[in-house]
Design a binder for this molecule. Structure first.
Ligand SMILES: [Zn+2]
Length: 467
């Protein structure tokens, strides 16, 4: 297949010139220019065969491994002859490397940091991710790694043909006091990744802890072209909007991040708001892992910046249709190399995509092990709560928010926030619903806590197992 440039929409986007006396063609500024040079390559590499991508990944991995073995105390003596191996022999040794767990990262501390950063990789910056265990993980990234991250951010906009001159609204930040209702926060550009290349429209944001009706009022007032938020928030917004009739009127797409997209939510959003959902799979510590294909509902791994392995319980690569553990290696972060990092998620491997991109496919992301329901017989599965399931639940009582927690082998706590205390009949019907959903073997207990908390990064998990 011939290389194809991205959607025509990109032709219409004005570039941001850094020089006032140069308007056409635009003289893009330093970092934007560096980002464009990566995008120019990504436009081509997405069409490469999976084998060719893998071969280049191996070349980059060897550089990373050599650097880690020499300059990162944690890896000294752990990587053996890996960097000298060729072809299949390399992958064989690679597959024998143990996974790096979140616990390893916490315990290793500074030993995971490189003692030397090569020229050109820029400064280091650190972030903390709360993780579901509540114990934070520190991730240190180089400027160069962030540049790769920026290029993928822009790739995602281009893949989905967005009109960058439009208004983007984000409901994601949970930091107390930030982007507070009613004003929220307003920036002139969509963000540095996109804004230093293109003349974008404004970006407005609102704190995700804002009460739902206020969020809808704010959306109605702002009338954005694009909305970026977490799937659980979108679900609540769409449902509440159907009840009150308050809805944003000109949304072209909804972008979801950071949580699992529940089955049925895409359809619900399209039905009620007339907007398609575009989902992204990323983690804060390892960056973008996969982007939704512009032509299909599944995801393409971002092979140019990260090696993602989907592995079965024996450590073998999953074939299409199999579900396995997600193990990732960001290819360019020499500041704190994560080799075979077990992000804690499970995903289903997919077939090659008919769109022609050689970037491997994952069909769906199933979530973390701690979001699995454990049955009395030892079996485990993800109790994926579809939009239909939730729709039924919400007809039973005036429920505003819900969360399900497996507290014991045979017990599930249904945590609810409701507009008023439930009648006995309503409570019974909720218990019946939960038994149908989770199985007769479970004892269902209702609880009404004052608050259903999000994690520090604003994530909300609708099913948690404490086992
Ligand atoms: Zn595709």
């Amino acid at each position: 297949m011939l290389p194809r440039m991205t959607n025509g929409a990109a032709d219409a986007i004005p570039f941001e010139s850094a020089l006032s006396d140069i308007v056409w063609p635009a003289a893009v500024s330093g970092r934007g220019m560096a980002s464009l040079s990566l995008l120019f390559q990504l436009e081509r590499t997405q069409w490469w065969s999976a084998d060719r991508l893998r071969e280049r990944q191996q070349a980059q991995l060897k550089r990373l491994v050599r650097h880690a073995a020499t300059h990162v105390p944690f890896y000294r003596g752990r990587l053996g002859t890996l960097a000298d191996a060729e072809g299949e022999a390399f992958w064989q040794i690679w597959r024998s490397l143990p996974f790096l767990t979140r616990q390893d990262v916490q315990q290793a501390g500074d030993d995971l940091l490189s003692r030397t950063i090569p020229d050109g990789h820029g400064e280091l910056s650190e972030i903390f991710t709360s993780g579901s265990t509540g114990k934070p993980i520190r991730a240190v990234r180089t400027d160069l790694w962030q540049l790769m991250w920026s290029a993928v951010t822009v790739r995602e906009h281009l893949w989905h043909g967005r009109d960058l001159s439009g208004k983007l609204a984000a409901i994601r930040d949970s930091t107390a006091g930030k982007a507070a209702y009613p004003a929220g926060e307003r920036l002139e550009r969509w963000g540095f990744s996109t804004g230093e290349i293109f003349k974008t429209g404004p970006c407005v944001s609102l704190n995700i802890t804002t009460p739902i009706d206020d969020q809808l009022q704010w959306l109605r007032r702002e009338e954005p072209d694009y909305l970026l938020t977490h799937p659980t928030m979108l679900d609540r917004l769409v449902r509440r909007s159907a009840e009150t009739g308050v809805r944003p009127g000109r949304l072209k797409q909804v972008l979801t991040i950071s949580e699992i997209l529940a089955p049925g939510l895409r359809e619900l959003c399209r039905q009620r708001w007339g907007a398609p959902v575009v989902d992204t799979y990323s983690t804060r510590e390892a960056g973008y892992l996969a982007l939704q294909c512009p032509d299909a509902g599944h995801y393409h791994l971002q092979s140019e910046t990260v090696l993602v392995e989907i592995l079965d319980s024996a450590g073998k690569s999953c074939i299409p249709g199999e579900i396995g553990r997600v193990v990732v290696t960001p290819l360019h972060n020499l500041g704190m190399p994560l080799l075979r990092y077990d992000v804690g998620d499970y995903a289903e491997a997919g077939d090659a995509c008919p769109c022609g991109r050689g970037l491997p496919v994952i069909r769906r992301i199933l979530g973390r092990r701690q979001n699995m329901l454990r049955a009395a017989d030892g079996g485990e599965h993800w109790p994926l709560l579809s939009s239909d399931d939730i729709g039924k639940l919400l007809t039973l009582a005036p429920i505003r928010q819900y969360q399900f927690v497996q507290t014991h082998r045979d017990r599930i706590e249904v945590r609810l926030q409701a507009a008023r205390p439930l009648s006995d009949k309503e409570a019974r019907s909720v218990v019946d619903w939960a038994r149908t959903k989770f199985g007769d073997a479970f004892r269902i207990e209702l609880a009404f806590p004052a608050e259903l908390a999000r994690t520090a990064s604003g994530k909300f998990e609708d099913f948690i197992s404490l086992l």
